[in-house]
Design a protein around this ligand. Sequence first.
Ligand SMILES: [Zn+2]
Ligand SMILES: [Zn+2]
Length: 246
Amino acid sequence: MRCQPRDKHQVYIWLKSNQSCLLCDESTGTPQAICTPCESELPWLGDHCLRCALPLAMAGLTCGQCLKRPPAFQQVVAPWAYGFPVDSLVSRFKHQANWPYGRMMAELLSQLLRYRFDEGLPRPDLLLPVPLATRRLRERGFNQSALLARWLSERLHIPEQPHWLLRPLETPTQQGLSAKARQRNLRRAFALAPEAQVHGRHLALVDDVLTTGATAHNLARLLRAGGAARVDVYCLARTPKPEGPR
Ligand SMILES: [Zn+2]
Ligand SMILES: [Zn+2]
């Protein structure tokens, strides 16, 4: 990660002339790792809940779940719905340590965030990656959310604090569990590091995929309880409602 030559101009020229699309292998003609046609075919998130980014039929609405029980986070920003090919790109990034896919998606997420900041979304003071359970970290060797937070931090010039959120308790895998069961598991799974200074701060959680939002809600609740002024969530993709779109 830290092996780039000093001369940035040379690197730029090299990137410009050698970048081929990660998806179709054609030359992108830009420093981007994805070509314009492939980029436009990604499952860009359409109309969605203003709060949790759940795909909805109309723009400018808050979903029933967020109305009924407002989450502790303020807003989720995600470029894509969790569908093909983003699901397989995320899976290869996470499970096969395919970092170029992760970097490419982080780059596109940072572009979306820059655009949203220009449009008036408040910039957070710090980025905090969602922590991985120790056992998972051992199995995988890296925390994909920590990598995403580092790449976003570099591109957006927002500092990150990768060790403020802790996961002291081993929680069983969340896959295949109902939303209720996930909530129960997660309620006591997280803790704030003793050195964490969240009081009065605007923080953004970074994760790969937002599924039920239970993890983000519990972390945001912990941060708000510690005095955080606002918590947003930045992720690559948002899953649609499991029962179908409507
Ligand atoms: Zn392509
Ligand atoms: Zn919602």
